[in-house]
Design a protein around this ligand. Structure first.
Ligand code: NAD
Ligand code: LMR
Length: 330
């Protein structure tokens, strides 16, 4: 085992996602069995007592890869020297809300945390935003951290990607491991566009294998787009274990790399690829290697896909304008 622990910050650590996420990170699911990890856990002051209870349980799990735990309510201290920051802490939506309705409640969290990361994180920091509305919260954090390269900020659309894989696998009668090259475009919202036109089922084009436009439009797209709301309706609380699993998948693949011949979906800063307005944090097909990502280039976008991508990125533009009006970004 290497000796220097990787410092991983998790915000909202006493929350529902945190309760699943922390134990997976501590057990080596994020960085592997040979890398010791130090957890740096941020909460708001009233939740620190509950967080102390979670820390007792982490201690009691005797994880071989867990090298230490720091907790606190001051991001300037908790983020000191962190190599990975998982920004989960934010209010979840409740029944009847869209994620964008949380902008006003949650946006300000990401100005403070962006500044604290800017001033205190390690030079190699990688930041994943899970707290909703994730894309625009990542934009706020990035805008408040001018010294951190823009490509170190990302938002989670891996849960949508995984949901899309599960639905396609069911339809095609295969296992998710038979699928490759799924893409989520745009916003982590009901306008997101899960694209199967470049996906593969056992090496064959997924749209051709499925060959069912009615299923695509009336079943697959709405099921994936509205899965978060369906879980809130059924559970009375938003997805937590699957969100934690996706946060691990996203960040692990970013650090360790995507498999040869495949890609994943991450919301990252747009360079204008596929006519997504530059500067928005939008989901793209990406390959990753050694902690860096690249947007997959050269995909043919058909008319159907073009309209869907444009609708989702237009929503991201509206969210950006809204947070500008709120004074959360310059
Ligand atoms: P939760 O309410 O159970 O936990 C949130 C925690 O964040 C609470 O413990 C709260 O005290 C803490 N918190 C609030 N403000 C904070 C701050 N300024 N600093 C540190 N901690 C703070 O919610 P949850 O179910 O864990 O969900 C967290 C967020 O993740 C929500 O916004 C939810 O909508 C979002 N989410 C995103 C995805 C995704 O795919 N991107 C999936 C599921 C949930
Ligand atoms: C999800 O997709 O499950 C989360 O973003 C929670 C939500 O509000 O839908």
């Amino acid at each position: 085992m290497s000796t220097t622990p990787v410092k991983v910050a998790v915000t909202g650590a006493a929350g529902n996602i945190g309760y699943s996420l922390l134990f997976r990170i501590a057990s080596g699911a994020l960085l592997g069995p040979d890398t010791p990890v130090e957890l740096r856990l941020l909460e708001i002051t009233p939740a620190l007592k509950a967080l102390e209870g979670v820390v007792m349980e982490l201690d009691d799990s005797a994880f071989p890869t867990l090298a230490g735990i720091e907790i606190g309510d001051d991001p300037n201290k908790v983020f000191d020297g962190v190599n990975v920051a998982l920004l989960v802490g934010a209010r979840p939506r409740t029944k009847g809300m869209e994620r964008g309705d949380l902008l006003e409640a949650n946006g300000a969290i990401f100005t403070v945390q962006g500044k604290a990361l800017n001033d205190h994180a390690a030079d190699d920091v990688r930041i994943t935003v899970t707290g909703n509305p994730a894309n625009t919260n990542a934009l706020i954090a990035k805008s408040n951290a001018p010294d951190i390269p823009a490509e170190r900020f990302s938002a989670l659309t891996r849960l949508d990607h995984n949901r899309a894989l599960a639905q396609l696998a069911k339809k095609a009668g295969v296992h998710v491991t038979d699928l490759k090259k799924m893409t989520i475009w745009g916003n982590h919202s009901a306008t997101q566009y899960p694209d199967i036109f470049h996906a593969e089922v056992a090496g064959k084009n997924a749209a051709e294998v499925v060959n069912d436009q009615a299923w695509l439009e009336s079943d697959f797209l709405p099921t994936v787009q509205k899965r978060g709301a369906a879980i809130i309706e059924a559970r009375g609380a938003s997805s937590a274990a699957s969100a934690a699993a996706a946060t691990i998948d996203h960040t692990r693949d970013w650090l360790k790399g995507t498999a040869e011949g495949d890609w994943t979906s991450m919301a990252v800063v747009s360079d204008g690829s596929y006519d997504v307005p530059e500067g928005l944090i939008s989901s793209f097909p990406v390959t990753t290697k050694d902690g860096n990502w690249e947007i997959v280039q050269g995909l043919d976008i058909n008319e159907f896909s073009r309209a869907k991508i444009d609708a989702s990125t237009a929503e991201l533009g509206e969210e950006r304008d809204a947070v500008k009006d709120l004074g959360l970004i310059g």
